[in-house]
Design a protein around this ligand. Structure first.
Ligand SMILES: Cc1cc2nc3c(=O)[nH]c(=O)nc-3n(C[C@H](O)[C@H](O)[C@H](O)COP(=O)(O)OP(=O)(O)OC[C@H]3O[C@@H](n4cnc5c(N)ncnc54)[C@H](O)[C@@H]3O)c2cc1C
Length: 500
């Protein structure tokens, strides 16, 4: 019999919602601690840049038991995602479990010798408190601690009326109207903000980036939704994954020329469709070598705006500010009123004691997590949403379902610590040696191996139903409704509040 646990979920983004729902559904007592004043994480309006929208199509960015509303567009806008998440939390009665404006500052093992952790929290007024839980689900995401970047002269730039913002602080489009805007960074947020600044009436927009990267348009060739190409098992199988049998390795060797031709065809199509040569933005690397969570979707109209000069692109970075001018590393001078630094976020779990952080994060930044969820050296704890992907809602939900079973000793294949370490070593070798692209974001990205990851999790959970029909399974994207059925086919159980 599984004893009811007092579980703390840290963070109320997508992963926190998935974890809270999974643990509560199994009969555990759940408290969600969220440092901001609302749920949603990256989709919280107070930290979303104007016009933000999903990269994933809506049916690939949903929980298995709740489709996005039919009225939503294929790629919903930030406020729509936030409304969907709020509805989801209401549907599952999660809101009463949440404590907002509560930051987890630190945690330590319980002093009474029982399993679990004592957390130190701080509220909005700065008051601190301690609370003890039997289990902690860390759901703090990868986009929370803003990276900082400072250059000489920024004080004078600001004194002269210049504004410098991190992309997560840029929430009001009126700030760019009639202004000279310079956006630094190469991610999707950088191209979104540059294009949006043009649309919002900026008087000049400059995009400063280090190197061109492959960007995937919503419709490849202008016709085919990219989900039908990049999200399918047949495409995933073109990447050599970990733990391949000798036969699979042989098959890969035989198929190599066809796979090579497939990628060259895609590159040629993207070059033509996005006019990359005209924009002087043809990436140097092979597209297949860089497919991971950092592959951005091409912001609609971004390349046309570069091609016709509405956005001026400069390769390099900032060197220093000179009054209201930004000096670039290549010597160019760009006048600016607003500089938006779309430079991303720091990975980390800063509230974890150093001795545990050392067990979790290797010296090269790689995370040591079995199935990207748990580490036996960090007992009574697991990570949801760290298995980021191109369909992060489904990956978070799968992780949450796996984690509650792991915590309860109810996985059909409950791994021993030795098995977990052996597997983590094998996967780390894969990321370091066989596919370095899998090492981005601390190795916490399961793309492009979504199906392989899901197969492993379902198998661990003892799901008896794991696949749709052969052809459908090979040539269509992951289907949330099907995953609801697969999850339901795993053995059911409930924790007991009265168990000793
Ligand atoms: C602009 C943008 C667009 C994206 N689009 C897509 C997409 O289309 N498809 C896709 O798959 N992914 C997308 N992503 C990735 C996205 O991060 C995930 O899809 C998902 O939202 C992550 O959810 P999460 O709950 O893991 O993390 P978050 O959303 O970051 O939530 C973490 C929460 O933890 C809280 N928190 C952090 N530290 C503490 C602490 N110490 N104490 C208490 N609370 C804390 C934070 O306040 C936050 O609310 C996008 C990301 C961004 C930034």
């Amino acid at each position: 019999m599984v004893k009811q646990k007092n579980v703390c979920v840290i963070g109320a983004g997508i992963a926190g919602l998935a974890a809270a729902k999974s643990f509560a559904a199994r009969g555990h007592k759940v408290t969600v601690l969220e440092r901001s004043g609302d749920l949603g994480g990256v989709w919280e309006p107070a930290r979303s840049y104007p016009e933000v929208q999903t990269q994933s199509p809506k049916e690939l960015y949903r929980f298995t038991d709740k489709p996005m509303p039919a009225s939503y567009p294929e790629w919903p806008k930030g406020p729509q995602v936030h409304a969907y998440l709020t509805d989801y939390a209401r549907d599952h009665n999660l809101i009463p479990l949440m404590r907002f404006n509560t930051t987890v500052v630190s945690m330590k093992r319980r002093e009474d010798g029982l399993p679990g952790w004592t957390l130190e929290t701080r509220d909005a007024a700065g008051n601190t408190a301690q609370e003890t839980f039997d289990f902690a689900a860390v759901c703090t995401g990868q986009f929370n601690e803003r990276k900082e970047l400072h250059h000489p002269g920024e004080d004078k730039f600001k004194a002269a009326g210049g504004i410098i913002l991190h992309s997560a602080e840029h929430t009001d489009s009126s700030i760019v109207k009639g202004k000279k805007v310079v956006v630094l960074g190469g991610s999707k947020s950088a191209t979104d903000i540059a294009a949006h600044s043009v649309n919002a009436g900026a008087s000049a927009v400059t995009f400063v980036y280090r190197e061109p990267v492959w960007r995937i348009p919503y419709f490849i060739g202008g016709l085919i939704n990219f989900k039908r190409i990049l999200y399918i098992r047949a495409q995933e199988e073109m990447f050599r994954g970990w733990g391949l049998s000798a036969l699979s390795r042989l098959n890969h060797a035989i198929a190599k020329p066809f796979i090579w031709a497939n990628w060259r065809g895609l590159e040629a199509m993207l070059k033509t469709q996005l006019k990359l040569k005209k924009c002087d933005m043809v990436p140097e690397g092979r597209i297949e070598d860089g497919i991971n969570c950092s592959v951005p979707i091409a912001t609609p109209n971004f390349f046309p705006m570069i091609a016709d000069g509405r956005i001026k692109a400069i390769r390099g970075t900032f060197d220093h500010y000179d009054g209201k001018t930004i000096m670039m590393s290549g010597g160019q001078r760009v006048e600016a009123d607003v500089a938006v630094l779309a430079i991303g976020f720091k990975l980390g779990v800063p509230f974890l004691p150093q001795e545990y952080r050392d067990k979790l994060i290797q010296s090269d930044g790689q995370y040591r997590l079995y199935r990207v969820i748990a580490n036996p050296d960090l007992a009574d704890m697991g990570f949801v949403g760290f298995n980021s992907s191109f369909c992060s809602v489904l990956t978070a939900e799968m992780a949450a379902n796996w984690l509650v079973r792991y915590a309860d000793g109810k996985l059909a294949k409950q791994p021993t610590p030795a098995e977990m370490h052996q597997d983590m070593d094998r996967i780390l070798h894969f990321k370091r040696v066989e596919r370095p692209a899998a090492g981005v974001y601390g190795g916490l990205c399961v793309a492009p191996y979504h199906f392989k990851h899901f197969d492993e999790l379902l198998d661990d959970m003892g799901a008896t139903s794991k696949r749709r029909g052969a052809l459908v399974e090979k040539f269509t994207p992951p289907d949330a409704d099907a995953y609801a059925r697969f999850l339901a086919s795993a053995p059911n159980y409930k924790a007991d509040a009265t168990a000793a």
